[in-house]
Write a protein that binds this ligand. Structure first.
Ligand code: FES
Length: 228
């Protein structure tokens, strides 16, 4: 049976061939049915296509299409060039925003100068969720949310640090508190690797990095003043 020619009863056939208002009404009914069937088929086709595209994306980029709150693949290691804190530049060296994971991926070069040494340094790296890679570089996944009242904190190349636009909280490249009303340092997600993939577990947040003091601060404050 064709979609475009729905069956009609013998009585309807008579009326159609006789003409008049009844014929017009039946013709209108047939037209409405055709439209309904076409629209239904288009809707089914649209849904199937969307599901197929989503499936393909998930196969090509596992994790990327998942929701915030799970482990997300945020890119390949090669996309995140390491740098010394003083050389950080957004998306070019050391600091990379990945909105899908609401995170800044921080990649410190192996020759980064830390203020702490030895076991103190090791303990502090662990408590601040800093991961040392096999090539000697260091990785951190900072939560983009200001720990004062929740604004997204941008990285400012001009003062090589994070400065919140809402009330001025100021954080170092490692997310450590520098000044402002924030009660502590930026939160961090768990960061790990699977081959060359960089994974951020947005369901595992370290909210326990306090305002640093002389015995816990990892990185010196930037030498440039942060205005605005
Ligand atoms: S929300 Fe960032 S300083 Fe207030």
């Amino acid at each position: 049976m064709s979609i475009d020619t729905p069956p009609i009863t013998p009585q309807q056939y008579e009326v159609l061939h006789g003409g008049g208002a009844e014929a017009a009404e039946i013709a209108q009914q047939r037209l409405s049915r055709r439209r309904f069937l076409r629209r239904s088929m288009l809707a089914v086709w649209g849904l199937s296509t969307t599901a197929a595209v989503a499936g393909a994306l998930n196969m090509l980029y596992p994790g990327v299409t998942s929701d915030f709150g799970s482990t997300l693949t945020v890119g390949k290691k090669g996309e995140f060039k390491a740098a010394k804190p003083s050389d950080f530049q957004a998306e070019i060296a050391g600091v990379y925003h990945r909105p899908v994971a609401r995170t800044y991926v921080i990649h410190l070069s192996a020759d980064t100068t830390f203020l702490l040494k030895g076991s103190l340094l090791g303990e502090q790296l662990g408590s601040e969720s800093v991961v040392k890679d096999s090539d000697g570089t260091y990785w951190i996944a900072l939560y983009q949310k200001c720990v004062h009242l929740g604004c997204t904190v941008p990285f400012k190349d001009s003062c090589v640090s994070f400065k919140c636009p809402c009330h001025g909280s100021h954080y170092n490249v490692t997310g450590e508190f520098l000044d402002g009303p924030a009660p502590k340092s930026l939160d961090r997600f768990q960061i790990s690797f699977q081959g060359e993939d960089v994974l951020v577990n947005t369901g595992a947040v370290n909210q326990n990095v306090p305002r640093p003091d002389d015995t816990t601060r990892l990185i010196a404050a930037p030498s440039v003043q942060c205005t605005g």
